[in-house]
Design a protein. Structure first.
Length: 202
């Protein structure tokens, strides 16, 4: 019974239904920065992400709550030094890193993600991306508290999905990256407050 309740909350946490509140250092739950890390709700993110031949700097990190009481996940946005956050959906390197507080079954990521993606792109685009969407959807694994997913886009290479630091799949295409990152960063994201906090300047 407890496990079933936990998974139901986990599904709701990812789906982004009414009741979300995004909180970070600018709001009630302060994020702290020390040395080479920033910590939000006990979750630490390095200030610099180093990849093969590129580096990205932590822009902002935010906590997503569900119905005030439940912590959903903390997500961090990484961008190149000096990048304008308003251009985050453009053809620039970027990374979203998520740390979860609830169990979420792997198939839920694809279902929920496509629902929100479809708010921001037309049907023709979804159809054109179908095979690539199926590819990333198949790669998602069940999440337990403390697990991390990351989405990292590199122009010319594609969008890499990794799980706890291990690459699962790379999906090619600037068009795919623009559509997929729209789930969190476009006009109709999973949560407006979360988007605003991630893209906040200063």
């Amino acid at each position: 019974m407890v496990s079933s309740c936990t998974e139901r909350v986990g599904r709701s946490v990812f789906l982004g239904i009414a009741g979300w509140i995004a909180l970070s250092g600018a709001f009630a739950f302060a994020g702290t920065e020390s040395g080479a890390e920033r910590t939000v709700e006990g979750v630490s993110f390095p200030l610099l992400h180093e990849g093969e031949g590129f580096s990205l700097r932590l822009h902002n990190a935010a906590l997503l709550r569900y119905k005030i009481v439940f912590r959903g996940y903390v997500v961090a946005l990484y961008l190149p030094d000096g990048a304008d956050p308003a251009s985050a959906l453009g053809p620039v390197p970027k990374r979203l890193e998520f740390s979860y507080f609830w169990k979420i079954p792997g198939p839920e990521f694809g279902k929920a993600g496509e629902e929100i993606l479809s708010r921001n792109v037309d049907r023709q685009t979804v159809t054109a991306l179908r095979e690539r969407l199926d590819s990333i959807n198949r790669a998602y694994k069940d999440v337990n508290p403390g697990d991390r997913y990351a989405l990292t886009y590199r122009p010319g290479k594609g969008t890499e999905l990794s799980f706890n630091g291990k690459p699962l799949v790379v999906v090619e295409g600037e068009d795919f990256a623009a559509a997929y990152f729209s789930i969190w960063l476009a006009k109709k994201p999973i949560d407006e407050d979360l988007k605003n906090e991630l893209l906040r300047r200063g």
